[in-house]
Design a binder for this molecule. Structure first.
Ligand SMILES: Cc1cc2nc3c(=O)[nH]c(=O)nc-3n(C[C@H](O)[C@H](O)[C@H](O)COP(=O)(O)O)c2cc1C
Length: 357
């Protein structure tokens, strides 16, 4: 009943206000009592609101409501709706599908992946059945109750607008424009040119009503320039970062290992680059930033929030461990928020900027 009267955000702020009042009145006089009361108030309000959006982690980003600020990034397990659902059941707050093109497209011939220290260098080449074939995947994933974000890519403005229209008609809650894959020629260039990236973003925004996220590349002279141009063009949020251009050479055959020669490097090796990109973007952009690159534990996630991210995506860590990483990260984040005297994870966003000179 109360959920009809109060918004999710009212609920989110009710707990701290109630606890603050009790604390002021000295009715709760030690940390243990406060923690127990907090859990009781949380679970009571949680059941009233249908069990969602009622924690220190519930997040609203680009109009999407997430029960916690973790997401599956594009390219990981996003091939079937059932798997996407399992990712949500394992604790993710939202999922992004594998990037899809307007028409079916073959990827690169093998080898497309090579394990290198700290990451999986890959040049899959964005194989796609075509966005229209993703109806089942999207509708099945939506049964999880979490937002489903369709990732799309293309080689022209029309490719992007048409794919996004189809994604919207299939029920996607938002779209993430992949303009940043480092091993597909014709695509990387879109995300490297602020004018073209803005043109794509603007026409997609005009074509659909769902939120538009733009995934940025670290392989550029200034990620801030690209970020600002897509923000001006109407992007609702940016995701940073896609993989870094990398190469591995087989010393026995004396040739590059990947058939495409150059691939994209994800994983822990790129975390400092991703944190730097998020930090620089947060200095100039007003729209939310979703941080991704090398997150393998809650401490990494905290670092991204402090740099300026409002949500995080976790990819390679799933392959190197398992889906348990989502609950590990959310539990760790929740503990960090409470133990450091915050009431909500959003209070961490950009805190690392305040002490900068
Ligand atoms: C095998 C593989 C496939 C990927 N496919 C996509 C994709 O289809 N679209 C996309 O935008 N990013 C793709 N990415 C990039 C990831 O979404 C993410 O930006 C990157 O892996 C960094 O995050 P991580 O270190 O947590 O893995 C892919 C990465 C890998 C390793």
């Amino acid at each position: 009943m109360y959920s009809l009267l109060l918004s999710d955000w009212d609920f989110q702020y009710l707990v701290p206000i109630a606890l603050g009042w009790y604390r002021d009145k000295a009715l709760l006089n030690n940390d243990r009592q406060i923690a127990i009361s907090e859990r009781l108030v949380h679970s009571a309000l949680s059941s009233l609101s249908g069990g969602e959006f009622l924690s220190e982690l519930s997040t609203q980003i680009a109009g999407l409501k997430l029960r916690n600020p973790t997401m599956l990034p594009s390219g990981f397990l996003g091939v079937s709706g059932e798997t996407l659902r399992r990712v949500v059941e394992s604790g993710a707050g939202a999922v992004v599908t594998k990037s899809a093109s307007l028409k079916p497209r073959e990827g690169n011939p093998g080898p497309t992946i090579v394990e290198v220290p700290c990451g999986l260098l890959n040049a899959i080449g964005l194989a796609s059945p075509g966005i229209s074939m993703m109806k089942n995947e999207i509708s099945e994933a939506k049964k999880s109750g979490a937002p489903v974000i369709a990732s799309v890519f293309g080689f022209s403005v029309t490719d992007y607008t048409s794919s996004t229209r189809i994604a919207e008609s299939l029920g996607a809650d938002a779209v993430e424009l992949n303009v940043s894959c480092p091993h597909v020629s014709g695509l990387a260039e879109i995300g490297q040119d602020p004018k073209i990236a803005a043109k794509v973003t603007r026409s997609v925004k005009r074509a659909v009503d769902i939120p538009v996220l733009v995934k940025l590349s670290p392989n550029v002279e200034s990620i801030v320039k690209i970020g600002l141009s897509v923000e001006t063009a109407g992007a609702d949020a940016v995701t940073a970062i896609n993989t870094l251009r990398g190469m591995s050479i087989d010393i026995h055959v004396r040739l590059p290992v990947l058939s495409a020669r150059i691939g994209g490097l994800p994983g822990q090796a790129i975390k400092p680059v991703a944190v730097r990109c998020v930090y620089e973007l947060a200095e100039k952009l007003k729209i939310p930033i979703i941080g991704v690159g090398g997150i393998a534990g809650w401490e990494d996630a905290v670092e991204f929030f402090l740099a300026g991210a409002s949500a995080v995506q976790i990819g390679t860590a799933i392959l190197q461990g398992d889906l348990g990483v989502f609950s590990e990260v959310t539990e760790g984040l929740s503990m960090y928020v409470k133990e450091n005297g915050f009431t909500h994870v959003s209070e961490l966003v950009s805190l690392a900027h305040s002490r900068s000179s």
